[in-house]
Design a protein. Sequence first.
Length: 599
Amino acid sequence: MTTTDSYAGQTYTGSGTPLEGEEVVLSFDDVDVRFKTEFGSVHAVKGVDLRVRPGEVVALVGESGSGKSVTSMTAMRLLPSNARIGGAVNVAGKDVGRLSERNMRRLRGNDVAMVFQEPMTALNPVLTIATQMIESMELHGVARGQAAYDRGVELLGMVGIPEPERQMKKYPHELSGGQRQRVVIAMAISCDPKVIIADEPTTALDVTVQADILDLLRSLKDKLNTGILLITHNMGVVADMADRVAVMFKGEIVERGTVEEVLLRPQHEYTRMLLGSVPRMGAGRGQMGIRVREEVDAQAPMAIELRNLVIEYQRLGKPPFRAVDDVSFDVRKGEIVGLVGESGSGKSTIGRCALGLIPAASGDFKLLGEDVISMNRGQLKSLRKRIGVIFQDPAASLNPRLPIGDCIAEPLVVHKVGDRKSRQQRVYDLLEAVQLPREVYNRYPHEVSGGQRQRICVARALTLDPELLVADEPTSALDVSVQARVLKIFAELQDQFGFACLFISHDLAVIDLLAHKVVVLQNGSVVEAGPREQIMEHPQEEYTQRLIAAAPVPDPIEQERRRRERHELLLAQGEEIAELQVDDISEFRGTISDEKDTF
């Protein structure tokens, strides 16, 4: 449906826009952003029009570089000094472009707040949670001193953090990722803003923690009537949260409408491409043209044999912390085993042990038929030649001072394989295998995109023709379309080279697409393991059921059904549903002092 809306003296035409007279808490009118650089002008945002009403969630979706975050930053006036902004941005009826710096500081927090993607970087690591909570309230005149401290404790309790008074005394690194994100949400609502901008608020979180944060944001908009601008590339999150959707591509909004219109009946080719790149829970193999070998030779040699593995971290003056407790499973050559679980479950610890980076305290651990536990350093180095590894963050795992060709050839140099000419040819062959042009050989990691960097990491992992590949969250930081390309290349290479793979991930849809077997970890122990079909379609353990129920799908109708079933499952298992713990809105708002209007 197309409607016409007259707002702030400008005419706006589009689908899903408010009718005349409706209240709008955030509006972008013909917003245009250019960045002046030494190489010329970069046109990042091109004539964006968007509205957010009270109590609704508008999702702004698109891939990295599409202009989503730049658009949202104009509402907070947080863009760098080389930005040139055209058009008008209004927050709660105030023209952001015409406010003084003092009034702009007052607007931030009072009228508009932001929840950033990575709470660890949004919070000051050297200040306690209490100091940061109090600072935000004192700056905006909401409360001071002991009253601000008491208010902070109340806010942490409202967002579902257990023992809030105790958590107030901690530093950010002492909290889990989900707790840190809840702290950021508590700070965002501390001044009762009319609109919250949530910029990729769940990207780095496990599926269960993500589901809790989305439940919390949903109750925030329902109970406090707060408008939310949700910036994300996760279509499952859009289906779970959004009322309306706007799709951005190269700085422009190419499609908009209700969540059902955009996700179920997409009109633009780019939107269809995005949705076609999302792996879907329950769809299993064959999605997006990705083919994984169906059968694994039951007589194939073992690549990993774990029996009663225990891994402990020593602590000064304290008993050892047991990170992995009595874990047993196998990975055969040619087989992909998905290792899943929440953060802290021991997934990456097992992966590091497989690389010989962490010693095992006890148990039996054989890699490629060799007993790892009894090996010395020289023997481990020789064994690593037969193992490849792909890390989660490609930017951090590549040496920024080396050209890409040298990064890929580095394993050959370390293990003294071949001469300079043969190494160069090997790198060219691998670049072709991961569908990258030879021209990237002499470029540096910062000169290629995130998806290209991850493909480079895949190429480097395969340099020595490994018999085993350890992939630790290799696609979690990628856009959906880039993820689809990387997964397709990965599946083709695995079929071609026949290596065994331990695939560590919290993205259950990716595991459902790739894995032959699934091992579910909780608190360092295996709670369930078996063939993919058995674990993903008929989970027996409560923890596995909660994990699968928490994974969102990019279909709003199906996702609403899954959300109801998840809530019923949580209640049946005696768990609480994450929601804002406030029953009386007037009481909540009454505690926010009128000082904020005169501060």
